[in-house]
Design a protein around this ligand. Structure first.
Ligand code: GN1
Ligand code: MG
Length: 360
């Protein structure tokens, strides 16, 4: 691996002497490495190299074009803001496509990230960072972006795929998940509500991040403030509500996404509250009344949809999300469904939180 990473650094014209590397084992899709260099002037400098998963991202060049457009736009609007800075090859490309894969390299930003967090201020800051992302891109025409993964949040299509897999049952797993599938069928109509509202023209198409997990905001080590939103692979046209919801499913809970003990998985209303507060402050009035009305729906339905995706992958033999143990995708699915049930129990309180912080 070391040799390959050095080769990638050379391709992106990194100067100095290679010192060491480490794999950063977060993320279910791409592979990420930190490489440490000593620059010609003697100063240490680190970079992040990623091998983009081309099974998931079938058009990686379009992914990079989307990222480039969005980061350039933010940089032009607020030059002082930290954004990901991708290095170029001598032929001015921000990627390298070779026999071993699709590579990109960007500056390492000293910071920290959280996979789970109980610190209300950190969760509020993450909400603010993603709210600002909405605010900064509110006047960017989302149609300029490629749809790099078609139907990413088309819940109806996610259902169709799951139910087809249940019928076909390629790995012989369907009997084990009969209870989950029955429940999903019973809530199908409400689960597709946001997809339907968008199709009816009631929600605006926006630039969305589509992977707004807590660990996709780099945080300042001392102040706990958000420094930079990362993992822009899934930046696409989409619904702001889904970005909000994806953060809640991941962040408003004290457990890992694949926790086996469901009694530990609980939706935490106080985390929901601070995230909502931060998100709406960051968005600074960029959201419509309809978007604000449906924020709790975003939380519930993104959680449900993510559960469907994990379950689908489980039935298909774990080809999409990286797994490290058997049954991991089923565990991931079950945590999501447990969170949905918790949210239903706290539904009125969730709506009251949004009403407390929504701009008048
Ligand atoms: C994947 O690999 P990572 O962690 O950035 C997935 C997201 C899911 C997430 C669940 C392109 O993101 O949509 O919400 O796993 N990314 C893609 O943890 O499908
Ligand atoms: Mg991602």
């Amino acid at each position: 691996m070391e040799e390959k990473l050095q080769q990638v650094c050379q391709a992106f014209c990194i100067e100095g002497a290679f010192q060491s590397y480490e794999e950063i084992k977060v993320g279910n899709v791409n592979r990420t490495y930190k490489v440490n260099y000593l620059r010609p002037d003697g100063r240490p400098k680190s970079y992040i190299i990623q091998a983009v998963n081309t099974f998931v991202f079938k058009k990686p060049v379009e992914v990079m074009e989307n990222i480039d457009k969005v980061t350039e736009y933010i940089h032009a609007k607020q030059p002082q803001r930290t954004v990901l800075h991708f290095h170029h090859t001598p032929d001015r490309k921000i990627y390298l496509f070779d026999d071993n894969g699709f590579w990109r390299l960007f500056n390492y930003i000293p910071s920290t990230t959280y996979n789970t967090c109980s610190d209300l201020e950190v969760v509020r800051s993450a909400g603010e960072a993603f709210g600002e992302f909405q605010m900064l891109l509110a006047d960017f025409d989302a149609q300029q972006l490629y749809v790099t993964i078609p139907d990413f949040h088309d819940t109806r299509k996610r259902y169709q795929k799951l139910l087809a897999d249940v019928a076909e049952d390629p790995m012989g797993m369907a009997a084990q998940v009969a209870e989950e599938v029955e429940w999903l069928k019973s809530v199908q109509e409400q689960a597709c509500r946001l997809t339907d509202l968008y199709e009816a023209g009631q929600l605006p198409l926006r630039v969305t991040h589509n992977d707004t997990k807590l660990n996709n905001v780099l945080m300042d080590r001392k102040s706990g403030e958000g420094v930079c939103v990362i993992d822009l692979d899934t930046v696409m046209p989409g619904l702001s509500i889904n970005d909000f919801g994806d953060s809640i499913r991941f962040g408003a809970n004290h457990c890992a996404e694949d926790e086996k003990d469901l009694s530990k998985v609980n939706f935490d209303l106080s985390l929901f509250e601070v995230y909502t507060q931060g998100f709406l402050e960051g968005a600074n009035g960029a959201l419509t009344q309809a978007e604000l009305d449906y924020l709790p729906w975003g939380a519930k339905l993104m959680t449900l949809e993510c559960g469907i995706r994990f379950l689908t992958d489980y039935l298909e033999g774990d080809h999409y999300f990286r797994t490290h143990r058997e049954g991991q995708n089923l565990d991931r699915c079950r945590t999501q469904f447990k969170l949905v049930a918790d949210m239903e129990n706290q539904w009125e309180a969730m709506k009251a939180v949004v009403d407390k912080y929504r701009p008048n």
